[in-house]
Design a protein around this ligand. Structure first.
Ligand code: HEM
Length: 425
């Protein structure tokens, strides 16, 4: 991860005093910028990225619910241009991302969505709870013994990052690869397509993404893949009755594997960080029925892992009085919508019992609404509760200090949650 290259030039927002979307002050504390955008320029052209930032709850929701005007085609485009050397690496690995799920406005989207949904619907998730609890317990055993011995442990790196990957592998019957390799591939894909890495780092990330794509391609073409998601994709027929091509099957897996692990790990890290920062919250998470679930929901509203999502206009249109040309690239500020005072009272407070607690847009809305929402919510609550029970007197080693944060265009979460046993309790 460490790079000796200098950071690429900052990308300004064009608003006086407001940092660019990749600037460290924005990543550390995006709330003032999001509030300024909502109140002064709710549909704002960002010269740094060429994206129109849409920040009010009502506007973002109306965009998500109008798939005829606002297309999902750009959902997985690289925000930082990929130089020829990077494109060559991807091409050598046979990399392509034809429309499949999040970036698919075509007639085959609904059928693919139904197929994937079979693996992640509410009943499947409810049935998986004992497996998630078991996986969480296994993963906490190392940190727990070190914690008991008075040592520190990093709950983001050792627990939150890998738990969703192991759960996903068990749910989908994936083996022959380690959870940490899958997590590394997935994180590399997020950074390459949603980050602002220097050129040398892009080359390294492209190698990882190419390896991930090749591994998925081998899985999809393997004769052994009769069951599970991959088997389902192989048997799938498009609306015209023809079989699904291998490239689209790989694109489905590529998206599901990344969405299913990185984002959920990020949610768990943020939920852990905010809960362990307050001893009363940490103990309520451990003992009070439903508290972990409600805490996760408030984190999804206020500080979600998927901070933004993209759309592109199909034709010229108007949004909140601003004229948008055809082909305008929109960045929907999902995170900002959760703190819109028009929608949520006292938005800066985490209130696990607020009335409209589930009305946030952290999972999107409409035709492309996240189909892993049920798994993500359940897994995060189980993970949080298991950690609070295993490490009952945990406290941050550096309370009051913001840990290093992942700061990509659409993803934000703490990279470290380092805790130890609090001696005063
Ligand atoms: C905290 C964790 C997660 C968050 C915050 C999240 C968020 C999102 C968002 C914002 C979208 C785009 C919605 C839209 O365009 O309206 C999305 C789509 C999607 N998510 Fe998630 N996601 C999470 C976890 C998961 C998991 C665990 C899975 C799979 C198991 C998953 C699978 C998908 C899929 C397949 C789509 C595309 C659906 C479609 O286009 O029809 N996500 N997610």
């Amino acid at each position: 991860m460490a790079s000796t290259e200098t950071r690429p030039a900052p990308l300004p927002t064009g608003l006086p005093g407001i940092p660019g979307l990749f600037d460290p002050p924005f990543v550390a504390d995006p709330f003032p910028t999001l509030a300024a955008l909502r109140s002064t320029s709710p549909v704002h052209f960002d010269p740094g990225t060429g994206l129109w930032l849409v920040s009010r709850y009502a506007d973002v929701r109306s965009v998500l619910l109008d798939p005829g005007t606002y297309l999902p085609d750009n959902a997985q485009h690289s925000v930082t241009p990929l130089p020829v050397r990077v494109l060559r690496i991807l091409a050598r690995a046979g990399f392509s991302l034809p429309p499949a799920l999040a970036n698919n406005r075509g007639a085959d989207h609904a059928g693919l969505r139904r197929l994937v949904m079979r693996f992640f619907n509410a009943e499947r998730v409810a049935a998986a709870v004992p497996m998630v609890e078991q996986t969480a317990a296994e993963m906490l055993s190392g940190p727990r013994s070190r914690y008991a011995a008075g040592d520190r442990c990093d709950l983001a790196a050792e627990y939150a990052r890998l738990l969703p990957c192991r759960v996903m592998m068990r749910l989908l019957g994936i083996d022959g690869v380690s959870a940490s390799t899958l997590a590394t591939w997935s994180d590399a894909a997020l950074e390459l397509f949603y980050g602002h890495p220097p050129a040398g780092r892009q080359l390294h990330l492209a190698e990882q993404v190419g390896a991930f794509h090749q591994w998925l391609t081998a899985q999809v073409s393997s004769a052994a893949a009769a069951d599970g998601l991959i088997g389902g994709l192989r048997r799938h027929r498009k609306p015209d009755g023809t079989p699904l091509d291998a490239a689209t099957a790989v694109a489905v897996c590529f998206f599901v594997f990344i969405a299913g692990q990185s984002t959920t790990g990020q949610l768990i890290s943020t939920a852990l960080l905010r809960a362990v920062s307050d001893p009363r919250v940490w103990s309520r998470v451990a003992v009070e029925d439903g508290f972990a679930e409600a805490w996760v929901e408030e984190i999804l509203r206020r500080e979600p892992p998927v901070t933004t999502w993209r759309r592109v206009t199909a034709r010229e249109t108007e949004l909140s009085g601003v004229r948008l040309p055809a082909g305008a690239q929109l960045l929907l500020m999902l995170m900002g919508t959760g703190s819109d005072p028009e929608m949520f009272g006292d938005p800066e407070q985490l209130c696990p019992h607020r009335e409209n607690i589930r009305h946030h847009l952290a999972f999107g809305a409409g035709r492309h609404r996240c189909l892993g929402a049920s798994l993500a919510r359940t897994e995060a609550a189980v993970a949080l509760r298991a950690a609070a029970r295993a490490l009952p007197d945990a406290a941050l080693v550096e309370p009051g200090t913001q840990p290093p944060m992942l700061g990509l265009l659409s993803f934000r979460a703490p990279l470290q949650v380092v805790v130890h046993r609090h001696s005063g309790r």
